[in-house]
Design a protein around this ligand. Structure first.
Ligand SMILES: *[C@@H]1O[C@H](CO)[C@@H](O)[C@H](O)[C@H]1NC(C)=O
Ligand SMILES: *[C@@H]1O[C@H](CO)[C@@H](O)[C@H](O)[C@H]1NC(C)=O
Ligand SMILES: *[C@@H]1O[C@H](CO)[C@@H](O)[C@H](O)[C@H]1NC(C)=O
Ligand SMILES: *[C@@H]1O[C@H](CO)[C@@H](O)[C@H](O)[C@H]1NC(C)=O
Ligand SMILES: *[C@@H]1O[C@H](CO)[C@@H](O)[C@H](O)[C@H]1NC(C)=O
Ligand SMILES: *[C@@H]1O[C@H](CO)[C@@H](O)[C@H](O)[C@H]1NC(C)=O
Ligand SMILES: *[C@@H]1O[C@H](CO)[C@@H](O)[C@H](O)[C@H]1NC(C)=O
Ligand SMILES: *[C@@H]1O[C@H](CO)[C@@H](O)[C@H](O)[C@H]1NC(C)=O
Ligand SMILES: *[C@@H]1O[C@H](CO)[C@@H](O)[C@H](O)[C@H]1NC(C)=O
Length: 808
């Protein structure tokens, strides 16, 4: 300890530059505010800033653009004292005035538009709002990669513009890429659904939209690749219980098998890091198999940095470290004050484990003592700080970024962005039922409309959580009003619908209207962060309200459901008085317009459900806290997600209708692949339910292969109906028959394609055998299995076998 203190003192005296009190005053008042203080700060190494501060920029290596970012970050960190270093380790980094290093607020959010949830971003008279896109679950339903990326680009343009005006940061802790394992999860709205591959593809596209600077995507040195803004994939890992019947995320220990970890929970993060080249990952609140994720060297250092080679920093979820002490009581009892102090100090060991930045104050408050007590090497802090500063350098925080300099007020809430938000909602909306072509409504025949239900005049409900202040709202009521004379009735006192007294006026409206549109569903009072659902039904009197209105309606009845998770609406599916059903997720600031465009046929819906809609009884069969995805026969648990659940559903994953029909014709499919093993590659046994089916060489370890085996095919999609429209082709692979405990099918690719009525388009697909035909075994080996795999298009519209022959 004495030696540590000695080092500390030496370090301090070497580093103590003398700066005049005048310069310090200037620093405190202006130049240390940094980006998100509303000041006119442009970039750290702006020479005029330094001259204002009485410093000579040319003497600071970290401002020398001839040096590499690594060297510059090292120079900066080497100049700091230990006390100064620890002040930079929290989300509100304090800066180092004597070095001209300003404060920086790391916490901003941009899940589906620039949000003011984090302290790094705010709205005021100058920038009163930003474009609020649909929530992620609806945007995912579009199954359109270029849409996902384009939204990321629009959001980062607005973020960068707001940064230029001192209203926002450069580091955004979005997207949320946790797989929706259970339909009760309150945060489904934030996510891209239940399929790990789809979630991963969404993640890498959105991240690239936020981060990539055109023309530099494939830079050879990924550690110095420029960033438009920095994105963060969260919450790592196996995080999907918020608060279910008293079990909350701050205490929950997710018991997860290595198989499910590799196959489901880590997969989107791996794709986010490797395919998206994201510059940050956030660890979660929960424990995994007993260890808080932010304190797990295997999950952080070994996997994210080691196996996946992250170019960026790892941050904790906010106050995760406090959660470890007070929630998980990690590493012992904290009742004793003394023990608590020691423990708290011990948390700086997390730096050693790979967590670079603490959203909170634990690192800043306790790390200095940790070093003095010999609990963490100072070099680990240096390494974390370097990870942080390299990201800021890539963002232009030190040197400025001429590419984005001209972005300003005109780029936030621009016409194009508002249009893109509307387009995203239109593309995502899913047509679930359409008897006798009720939709689209024929506007000429419809003069009077009844627009009823708790969401009929939805505004804030349409933008969900992690929203900002939107540019404007177009509610359903507002949008439908431009199509005829509208009678509006709420029918319910809110989504809770605890009172049936408002049903009658809604029935009266429906009785006299040429068409009735019912807006029902959920909102953040039912499904939200820190709030999981207890059932899959519509709340309160909503079901009764819908049935009663439908029964007396004069014209056709259209039911529009706003929700993130699936709702058991079997009653509506079966009710002949309800002619059509649309799912509109939470459709963003222009949601009403998008729904009206679909209802009146200005847009032909093509969205597909990114989640299985289970029947209500499903949740009575298994607790939300059982993490396993495969069925557990001994406990009577059904499987989870379309990959492992084979029971009946209200609507399956991938479901969605159109106003037209499409026919598929398969072109030039390759039907077999031969793999000859070398001496160092071995056949691996795998378990078969029935050994009769087991081939002589059942499988080979994917890590042992070069994985250059590809197969491909073309699909001609013909629009055989009368309306132009977009079709989502979803491609699944099914493993050979007989393999024990594997998925029934898995998505390996998808493509949304627009086809004019009477015309056809051919889409070509190429797949890598290792990525598309592999299985993860119970022991977490990733294996390529020989035998007859099946490739299936959509809901088994077309399927064909592909024979994989592995020979020693
Ligand atoms: C920023 O610059 C503008 C225009 O040059 C000026 O009006 C404003 O007062 C400056 N703000 C601060 C915080 O220095
Ligand atoms: C970067 O590489 C990807 C994948 O190889 C390619 O599709 C893309 O066009 C490349 N971008 C540039 C700017 O070279
Ligand atoms: C951290 O330090 C600040 C400033 O000294 C203090 O206000 C705060 O209470 C401390 N928080 C904790 C959790 O120790
Ligand atoms: C619809 O909602 C908006 C925004 O909350 C509100 O201003 C308006 O009065 C509502 N319209 C009706 C008819 O209740
Ligand atoms: C239902 O609403 C009516 C009208 O607003 C009110 O008179 C009644 O007390 C409410 N009933 C309940 C159970 O809240
Ligand atoms: C659909 O149309 C057919 C033929 O007009 C009719 O017999 C049938 O009852 C209709 N179905 C519903 C549910 O309205
Ligand atoms: C579906 O699950 C049941 C119960 O676990 C099982 O008996 C049946 O074989 C499964 N069917 C398929 C097609 O996997
Ligand atoms: C579409 O495909 C189905 C099934 O293959 C076939 O019965 C039908 O005739 C086709 N329709 C058109 C218009 O090609
Ligand atoms: C996919 O999204 C892009 C970007 O919004 C859009 O231009 C395109 O039309 C969409 N594709 C289809 C087939 O809907």
């Amino acid at each position: 300890m004495a030696i540590n203190i000695f080092n500390f003192l030496v370090c301090f005296s070497i580093a103590s530059f003398v700066i005049s009190s005048n310069a310090r005053r200037v620093l405190d008042s202006k130049n240390v505010d940094g980006n998100n203080g509303g000041s006119n700060f442009t970039h750290v190494c702006d020479p005029s800033r330094f001259s204002d501060l009485g410093l000579d920029v040319s003497t600071f290596g970290f401002c020398d653009s001839k040096l590499s970012y690594d060297d510059r970050a090292k120079d900066l960190v080497d100049r700091m004292t230990l006390a100064e270093k620890v002040r930079q380790l929290g989300n509100s980094a304090k800066g180092v005035p004597r070095l001209g290093l300003p404060k920086y607020e790391w916490w901003s959010e941009a899940l589906h538009g620039v949000s003011n949830v984090g302290p790094g971003t705010y709205f005021d008279d100058l920038i009163p709002g930003a474009t609020s896109f649909p929530t992620v679950i609806l945007t995912t339903a579009a199954f359109n990669e270029s849409l996902w990326k384009q939204i990321g680009q629009a959001v980062s343009t607005e973020a960068r513009a707001m940064y230029n005006l001192g209203r926002a940061g450069l580091t955004y802790w979005s997207p949320n890429v946790n797989v929706v394992r259970d339909p009760r999860w309150g945060r489904a709205t934030e996510t891209p659904g239940e399929d790990p591959y789809v979630v991963g593809v969404y993640a890498s596209n959105y991240v690239r939209g936020l981060q990539d600077v055109e023309g530099t995507e494939n830079a050879t040195d990924l550690n110095s690749r420029p960033l438009k803004v920095s994105s963060c994939c969260k919450h790592y890992a196996a995080y999907d219980v918020d608060n279910w019947l008293g079990v909350d995320r701050y205490h929950f220990d997710a018991r997860v098998t290595e198989q499910d970890m590799a196959e489901t929970f880590l997969k989107p993060f791996e794709m986010c890091v490797k395919d998206g080249d994201v510059s940050s990952v956030m660890c979660s609140y929960n424990r995994v198999n007993g260890i808080p994720t932010c304190a797990d060297p295997k999950l952080l250092k070994e996997t994210i940095r080691g196996d996946w080679d992250l170019h960026g920093y790892i941050v904790s979820d906010c106050d995760s470290l406090e959660v470890m002490v007070n929630g998980h009581k990690w590493l012992g009892d904290t009742k004793e004050d003394a023990a608590a102090q020691a423990l708290k100090a011990g948390y700086s060991m997390l730096i050693t484990l790979g967590m670079d930045l603490d959203c909170g104050v634990y690192y800043t408050n306790f790390t200095q003592n940790s070093v003095r007590q010999g609990k963490v090497k100072e070099v680990e802090i240096d390494r974390s700080l370097k990870n942080l500063y390299v990201v800021l350098m890539r963002l232009g925080f030190f040197d400025g970024n001429p590419t984005f300099k001209s972005l300003g007020k005109k780029d936030v809430c621009s016409k194009q962005h508002i249009e893109l938000a509307t387009e995203a909602a239109r593309e995502g909306i899913v047509l679930l039922k359409n008897v006798n072509e009720t939709l689209p409504l024929k506007s000429k025949k419809i003069k009077k409309l009844a627009v009823v239900g708790p969401h009929a005049n939805a505004t804030a409900a349409m933008i969900g959580n992690y929203a900002g202040i939107p540019c404007q709202f177009t509610s359903p009521l507002g949008a439908f009003s431009s199509y005829g004379e509208v009678k509006y009735e709420m029918g319910c006192d809110g989504v809770a619908c605890a009172n049936d007294s408002l049903i009658f006026p809604a029935m009266k409206a429906a009785k006299h209207a040429d068409a009735t549109i019912i807006f029902a569903g959920l909102d953040l009072s039912v499904e939200a962060e820190s709030l999981d659902r207890v059932d899959l039904l519509l709340p309160g009197y909503q079901t009764q309200f819908i049935n009663q209105v439908a029964q007396v309606s004069k014209g056709p009845v259209i039911l529009v459901i706003m929700s993130a998770g699936g709702v058991d609406i079997s009653f509506a599916k079966q009710n002949d008085n309800i002619n059509a059903i649309l799912w509109a997720g939470y459709p963003g600031e222009e949601g009403g317009r998008a729904i009206a465009d679909v209802a009146f046929g200005h847009y032909n819906p093509g969205g597909r459900l990114p989640l299985t809609w289970y029947e209500a009884g499903y949740v009575d069969m298994l607790p939300m806290t059982s993490m396993k995805l495969r069925p557990i026969d001994s406990l009577g648990y059904p499987g989870r997600t379309y990959k492992f659940y084979n029971g009946s559903t209200v609507y399956p994953f991938g479901y969605g209708l159109s106003y037209t029909q499409f026919n598929y014709t398969l072109r030039s499919a390759r039907k077999s692949l031969d793999i000859k093993l070398r001496k160092s590659q071995h056949c691996r046994d795998i378990e078969y339910k029935d050994n009769e089916y087991k081939p002589p060489c059942p499988s080979v370890l994917i890590d042992d292969l070069e994985c250059n085996h590809e197969f491909g095919f073309g699909i001609e999609v013909k629009n055989v109906g009368k309306k132009d429209g977009s079709e989502v082709i979803i491609i699944y692979s099914k493993p050979p028959i007989g393999i024990a405990a594997t998925h029934t099918k898995q998505v390996i690719g998808f493509k949304r394609v627009f086809v004019k009525a009477g015309k056809s388009e051919t889409v070509n697909f190429v797949f890598n055998a290792c990525k598309s035909l592999g299985v993860v075994n119970y022991n977490a080996y990733n294996l390529l299995t020989s035998g007859r795999h099946t490739i299936m298009l959509g809901d088994d519209v077309v399927s064909f076998p592909i024979q994989l022959n592995i020979k020693e």
